[in-house]
Design a protein around this ligand. Sequence first.
Ligand code: PLP
Length: 396
Amino acid sequence: METIDSKTIMELDEKYVLPTYGRNPVALVRGKGLRAWDAEGKEYLDFTSGIGVNGLGYCPDGWVEAVSRQAATLQHTSNLYYTRPCAQLAQKLCQRTGLDKVFFANSGAEANEGLIKAARKYSADKYGEGRSTVVTLVNSFHGRTLATLTATGQEVFHHYFGPFNDGFVYVPANDLEALKKACEEHPVCALLMEMVQGEGGVTALEKGFVKEAAAYCAEKDILVLADEVQTGIGRTGTFLACEQYGLVPDGISLAKCLGGGLPLGAVVLGEKMAKGMGKGTHGSTFGGNPVACAGANVVVDAISEEFLAQVRRKAEILRAKLSALPHVKQVSGLGLMIGLELEEGIQAADVLAKCQEKGLLVLTAKTRLRLLPGLILTEAEIDEAAGILEDVLKSF
Ligand SMILES: Cc1ncc(COP(=O)(O)O)c(C=O)c1O
């Protein structure tokens, strides 16, 4: 393979790639497990997993083999034909979620679009057009397409790209009265929520709120939709975060960790919502691509009950170590979806930059430092990351 240094990669990127991302000054060329290397051979311990995507780490053997084999056998067919990886993955997702039917997409935003469409279709079929408003939560994040940007309950995202879609209203998380008021004032068909708001600052919803909101929605025939794009596929210690809330939603969106590093999203629907989504109601050229699905089958198979017990155990160890670090006020989130609230005056972005210098990759979410390590992390890697964080935090 052609060798190219980090500086050249960054210069090329800056010249030709639209600068919509605030990239870190690191060009990664190779990875294995939780380790990644730049072009000059500098090693990083990665506690970002590509923002919650590489759940099994970089280039896990079984996934590489399945993806390579499928790429060399049948890389794409269109959705006019049946393929085995797609059918088998759909079966597994239905078995694991208790829901009935899957639509495959390419990303989290696209999965949420499908979820919103299916909710409106259910309502239009049953109540006629117009009962189409979707309630989302303040501080939520649902994606960057126009509908999902509008669904995102953060004012900062609602500029420049208008006109935005009609049919979304926002209520504060954990505020049941506000939810009821919104449902009385608007023709609401669905409530869409993340069990743990990720981009919004790694904040878990209160269990009581989720339970009461679900009961209220059931009473009013308002669909409950769970955006499990970031929380799903084992990230929080259960296959879905909903399980820890005793919630069986009417529909779920999945992405990130599902493809193990290839672009794949999924809309998983209970029978009630699936019923209306017949031929021609939705589609996506690349959705259910056999190579992405072949990799996802390996990911879903790996997330066994035993594997999940290990995720919970390691999350507990990591969280205990993080709570004891200097300048850490609070450790938020659930399982291996972790936010660190730092004492006033310490900027998460500064901590991130110093960690990076010392070879540890971390994230931020709003004012918090954010960790989303691969689900396969070891106790030695926990110690190593906590050690680097301790050194960095001590320097403030
Ligand atoms: C909860 C949630 N929903 C949706 C999305 C959008 O996913 P994608 O970037 O794959 O479109 C994200 C991405 O961070 C997310 O965290």
